[in-house]
Write a protein that binds this ligand. Structure first.
Ligand SMILES: [Fe+2]
Length: 456
């Protein structure tokens, strides 16, 4: 019997089938140079019967479209086969390493690294490796080189090929910086002591530093006792601070305090000429109780933090005050100065998780935004009523094209068909009609993060 829970309804409602479709219909013209997969992960519970279902805990389902030669060759959606998901499908679990008995169908992001396709999640479990066609291979501890759990968000430094992550786990009195080399092996871990067990969903990377966000959402045994499935609560007693860890772990972390706030996602960070760190992110200015999720107070704004490690000071600028989330940058530029950023206004998410989800007109509550941070301008590509937008990622036109020379792609619900389109915008003609819309055979529930993974 279905129960009332906003994350099981409407644009969030899970799908019930795994689909494979070939030679998808396209409106417009797919860029012939795009060869690879657009993959996106998100929670997709197998049932509708949990009244306390938390959006962060649905079993991961990956939705993928493969593009090649100006054609959309396939669409596939697949649950990540954790032990529990395999059992529900009456399949044999492929087996593999498990950290601290925390096997979970990783639901938060999906990346390509060292030839692997990895579904990722935070707070203890390992990533799951998938095949090119999204079937589960099994849990991945990078060939036995990862000592603990991994992270949902990772940052690839394209100059070195190193993948960085920050792992956290409730039973640790530290968080762990993990470096995976271009060959897919963990080459270094650095433990950074932190009190109270903070949730560190994302972080940032510069040429010199790993930037840690130690904010007042922390693990709570009381929340566990109260039956909260995500026991991370707003903790006013936990000092908010940003930490600058030397990338090679060679010196103590430089901590800089700030007023309490919450951040899920960073756009990018870099070192400026004055030795400061410039960090762009989406900030929740007031308390956020992750255990209940919809008790946030908006708005969520795009802000710039400038951190001076010598003076020990952090200054803030508002870059854009419209409610937005899922900030992304041209991934090739991570840790170096960026000019452009892409983010998304999602009316359904804003309404579901914050108290500030009012839009003057719902027809304009779903848009992908392009920020030109040098000019201080924003362009919005609006999708109209009920055309729910998901996170948008940037795909370069060619491997060596300049920043912003390429495409911005996202799954957008098409209310006329009752199914999703993969919408591809020309980044440099952002408000024009999409260059292509790939018409997918099914709905895609609102989910989390993805990647454009070019074929090698
Ligand atoms: Fe995230």
């Amino acid at each position: 019997m279905p129960v009332e829970n906003r994350f099981l309804e409407g644009a969030f409602a899970p799908v019930t089938e795994e689909i494979t479709a070939f030679d998808l219909p396209v409106t417009g013209q797919l860029p012939a140079g795009l060869s690879g997969r657009y993959l996106r992960n998100g929670p997709n519970p197998l049932g509708l019967d949990d009244p306390d279902y938390h959006w962060f805990l649905g079993s991961g389902m990956v939705h993928g479209v493969r593009l090649r030669g100006g054609k959309a060759e396939w669409y596939r959606n697949r649950w990540v086969r954790s032990k529990a998901v395999a059992a529900q499908h009456h399949e044999t679990w492929p087996g593999g390493p498990v950290h601290e008995n925390m096997d979970f169908a990783a639901n938060t992001c999906i990346i390509g690294h060292a030839g692997r396709t990895l579904a990722t999640v935070e707070a203890g479990p390992l990533p799951y490796e998938l095949t090119y066609e999204l079937d589960t291979i099994g849990p991945c501890d990078f060939g036995g080189t990862l000592p603990g759990g991994f992270a949902a968000h990772t940052k690839l430094d394209h100059a070195t090929g190193e993948l960085h992550a920050i792992a956290y786990f409730w039973a640790w009195d530290y968080v762990q910086h993990v470096v995976v080399d271009a060959g897919g092996k963990v080459t270094r871990t650095t433990n950074v002591p932190v009190p109270d067990g903070p949730m560190m969903h994302d972080f940032a990377l510069t040429g010199r530093y790993v930037v840690l966000l130690d904010l007042p959402v922390t693990f709570s045994l009381n929340a566990v006792t109260a039956g909260k499935e995500v026991p991370y609560v707003w903790n006013p007693g936990h000092q908010a601070r940003v930490g600058l860890l030397a990338r090679d772990g060679s010196s103590p972390v430089r901590w800089v305090e700030l007023e309490p706030c919450w951040v899920f996602h960073c756009l990018n960070a870099y070192d400026d000429d004055a030795g400061r760190v410039v960090l762009d992110l989406c900030q929740y200015s007031q308390s956020f109780d992750v255990s209940t999720l919809w008790h946030a107070h908006g708005p969520v704004t795009l802000d710039r933090w400038i951190i001076d490690p010598v003076a020990g000071k952090l200054t803030q600028q508002r870059l854009d005050d419209r409610g937005q989330e899922f900030p992304r940058v041209d991934e090739r530029i991570i840790s170096r100065p960026h000019r452009y950023g892409y983010s998304v206004q999602i009316g359904e998410v804003t309404r579901a998780i914050t108290a500030a989800g009012d839009f003057d007109d719902d027809a304009f509550s779903n848009a992908i935004l392009k920020h030109d941070l040098a000019q201080g301008t924003v362009q919005a590509h609006e999708f109209g009523r009920d055309a729910t937008a998901g996170e948008a990622v940037f795909a370069p036109a060619t491997a060596d094209s300049v920043e912003d020379d390429g495409y911005v792609m996202a799954y957008i619900h098409n209310p006329d068909r009752g199914a999703a389109d993969l919408v591809i915008l020309a980044a440099q003609d952002f408000t024009a009609e999409p260059v292509a819309r790939v018409h997918l055979p099914a709905r895609i529930p609102l989910g989390f993060h993805g990647s454009w993974i070019p074929d090698q």
